[in-house]
Write a protein that binds this ligand. Structure first.
Ligand code: C2E
Ligand code: MG
Ligand code: MG
Length: 698
């Protein structure tokens, strides 16, 4: 029962507000009309009953008065006649007269009821309503004394009939009333539902379009209008919040995009960064294995970026990196990945590569693209790159090993003279390991002071006298003996160990110079080799001046040897450094002159004092005409630029006399002396002073 009621209510709940309103109103007006009709019916029934009672009583009273004589005279026939007069009232069904002894004296029955038994007599002055009739009983009195009783029974059928008609009349009135109410309500409920529908429509439209600027168009004066106004006000607030939220989301998206860029892209070049590169390479390796394809990693390291960065400044350095990034990107397919791993390191992933020749071709293209001159702020900058290549699955099937192999191959390329590429092969592993071991050993050698300096005399070619020495570093290995600089300087340059080693060399050489001078060998000059890495080191000039000052050596007797390649990309900052050194009295020499690319006129830009002709030009003298011409040209041009000339690698007296004939200022080579220790130099100089030369050539 409860469930049914609940189901009914659920059905009602599901109905539209209009329907609910209509039903509620119809129910209410129906109930009101029914109650009204019912009340009228009750009143009507009561009035009819009362009227019937009144009338029947009157009839009984009139008949009773007329009957008293008939009873006293025991005249039953006239009694019956008197009763028969009741037939004028169609409602009277029976009448019975009892005498004083309660015996039936006379009866009457309506014609249609003749023969039926009369209802029981009530007696006394009484009446009773039963379902079918009204019985009224009255005493018959004669001269104050009851002589009998009369009972008149009235049939209720006609009363019922009248009531029936009455109900019908009420129903006939109620039905049109309900219909009219329905029609009126249907019209009226629109006033209620229209604003609700407007609100609903607006809500739906907002949900569908997400446009919080929509508003419900409802007259705001009525109560639903108030609701609509509240609704619109709420929308205002939501719209505002939505806008604020949108702004916030936009902002958050921007920040997230920025973070994403930072997380995956290099901020200088816009290329992918190391992090992204690793992910991408891992995916490429997985793909290559899954689909039996080949993926290739190219590891690029710019050969002379640091020099550019340090001499021309970081802005130029960044611009150069961007140019490199652009050129690399243009050198590969759009599906390949180009990344900057940091500093001057770049890497490329080639996926789905047909054969090894593709990697070679890409490496070549990249190297050629980078070899083009870069012009930034009026400076012509030359960069080159060393490239190492490793492949998956041929070389390795995991990211760290692939990278390590590409790195190894890259170092091979650097060792092979830079500006080239090398494809990894298993033989390189040993060399890489050797280099790795070498680095560790060098570090220890520095700690344990295993480095020593030897000095090679520089001789004035005209007089044959020692005018200076060049300091050359050696590694006095406890087991392997003396190790030459060619074997460890390149590794030290790669790892940065050249900085502390160079520091030690300069300091030791300066102290030695000071010692010699203190010992009276005052004419000696000291030449010290510098590596590019040292020159580009932050605070290099200050360090040099500090060392010189600390040692007490005369800076004017110190000569620092640079190579042509260091001057190649020199900018204003680099020249300023050289000027600062010169300003302090320190001399500058160009070592191995002729092996680089710089022309003599190019040297004019630099405050150079000395040019050292590379021994490769000296080697074939005096026979080689071309070398003869070259050395002569170098000497005369250097002199015209007020530079001194030192010839390196003089091994024969023929070489020495030819160079002397060409006005070369001084020479250095095995002809005079191999690099020797400081004591030996002291002895040689002292011997010279005493008139006897200890030099081999003498
Ligand atoms: P370099 O500065 O050109 O030094 C001259 C090299 O030629 C020395 O080799 C020397 O022993 C060698 N040499 C001298 N006379 C002759 C000769 O008549 N014939 C031949 N064939 N060779 C001769 P070393 O000592 O092996 O040094 C090699 C290079 O290592 C140097 O070339 C220099 O570039 C570098 N180096 C040496 N010491 C240092 C140092 O302290 N710092 C730096 N950065 N580099 C250094
Ligand atoms: Mg040198
Ligand atoms: Mg040299």
């Amino acid at each position: 029962m409860k469930l049914r009621a609940r189901l009914r209510f659920r059905w009602l709940n599901r109905q539209a507000v209009g329907t609910k309103l209509k039903l509620a109103n119809l129910f209410t007006s129906g109930v009101v009309i029914l109650l009204g009709g019912g009340l009228l019916l009750v009143l009507q029934t009561w009035f009819s009953g009362a009227a019937l009672l009144e009338q029947t009583r009157n009839e009984a009273a009139v008949a009773g008065e007329n009957l008293s004589a008939a009873i006293i005279f025991n005249d039953q026939a006239s009694a019956r006649d008197i009763l028969a007069s009741l037939k004028a009232d169609a409602d009277v069904s029976h009448a019975t007269v009892l005498d004083a002894g309660q015996a039936v004296f006379a009866t009457y029955a309506r014609a249609d009821l003749a023969g039926s038994t009369a209802p029981a007599v009530l007696g006394g002055d009484d009446y009773r309503f039963s379902l079918r009739r009204l019985s009224v009983s009255r005493p018959i009195v004669y001269q104050g004394k009851q002589v009998g009783t009369i009972q008149v029974d009235a049939d209720l059928a006609s009363t019922y009939r009248r009531t029936g008609w009455y109900v019908l009349a009420i129903a006939l009135v109620m039905l049109p009333c309900l219909l009219i109410a329905h029609a009126v309500l249907t019209r009226l409920q629109r006033f209620v539902t229209a604003p609700l529908h407007a609100l609903a429509r607006t809500s739906e439209a907002i949900s569908a379009q997400g446009d919080f600027s929509l508003r419900a168009n409802v007259d705001p004066s009525a109560d639903l209008g108030l609701l609509a106004r509240a609704f619109n006000a709420m929308l205002d607030r939501i719209e505002k919040r939505e806008l604020a939220l949108e702004c916030e989301i936009e902002e958050r998206k921007r920040v997230e995009a920025k973070l994403d860029r930072l997380a995956h892209f290099d901020s200088v070049t816009g290329l992918h960064n190391r992090h992204f590169f690793h992910d991408r390479l891992a995916a490429a390796v997985a793909h290559a294995q899954g689909f039996e394809q080949r993926a290739v990693v190219l590891f690029l390291d710019l050969d002379n970026f640091k020099a550019v960065n340090d001499t021309l400044g970081h802005d130029t350095g960044d611009e150069l990196l961007r140019v490199v990034a652009r050129r690399l990107t243009e050198s590969v397919r759009s599906s390949d990945t180009v990344a900057r791993l940091g500093g001057d390191e770049f890497a490329i992933i080639l996926e789905n590569v047909a054969d090894g020749a593709v990697a070679d071709r890409v490496a070549r293209t990249c190297i050629d693209a980078l070899a083009q001159v870069v012009r930034i702020d009026g400076n012509d900058i030359y960069v080159s790159a060393s490239v190492g290549i490793s492949s998956c699955p041929t070389d390795a099937v995991d990211v760290p090993t692939l990278l390590k192999f590409a790195d190894t191959a890259m170092y091979e390329a650097k060792g092979a003279g830079k500006n080239t590429y090398r494809v990894f092969h298993s033989g390189m592993q040993g060399e890489a390991r050797k280099r790795f071991a070498m680095n560790g050993k060098l570090r220890r050698a520095l700690e344990q002071e295993q480095f020593v300096l030897e000095y090679q005399p520089q001789v004035d070619l005209a007089s044959g006298r020692i005018i200076g020495v060049e300091a050359l570093v050696r590694w006095a290995h406890p087991e392997l003996g003396m190790i030459g600089p060619q074997e460890f300087i390149p590794v030290a340059e790669e790892t940065g160990l050249i900085i502390p080693i160079g520091h030690w060399v300069l300091e030791t050489a300066c102290r030695q110079l000071k010692a010699w001078h203190d010992e009276g060998r005052t004419g000696l000059r000291m030449a010290v080799n510098l590596s590019a890495r040292q020159l580009t080191e932050e605070g290099f000039v200050d360090t040099v001046l500090e060392i010189v000052r600390g040692s007490g050596a005369d800076p004017r007797m110190l000569e620092l040897e640079l190579t042509e390649s260091m001057l190649m990309d020199a900018g204003e900052a680099f020249i300023a450094r050289l000027e600062a050194l010169r300003g302090a009295g320190i001399m500058l020499a160009i070592d191995d002159f002729g092996t680089g690319y710089s022309s003599m006129s190019y040297l004019k830009r630099f405050p150079i004092n000395t040019i050292k002709i590379d021994r490769s030009f000296v080697h074939d003298l005096p026979a080689n005409e071309q070398d003869k011409a070259i050395t002569r040209a170098i000497i005369s041009m250097a002199h015209s630029l007020r530079m001194q000339v030192v010839a390196e690698g003089i091994e024969t007296s023929g070489q020495a006399s030819l160079l002397a004939a060409h006005d070369c200022d001084s020479g250095q080579g095995y002809l005079y002396s191999r690099p020797v220790d400081a004591d030996r130099i002291g002895m040689l100089v002292d011997a010279e002073k005493s008139g006897a030369s200890g030099l081999a050539a003498a």
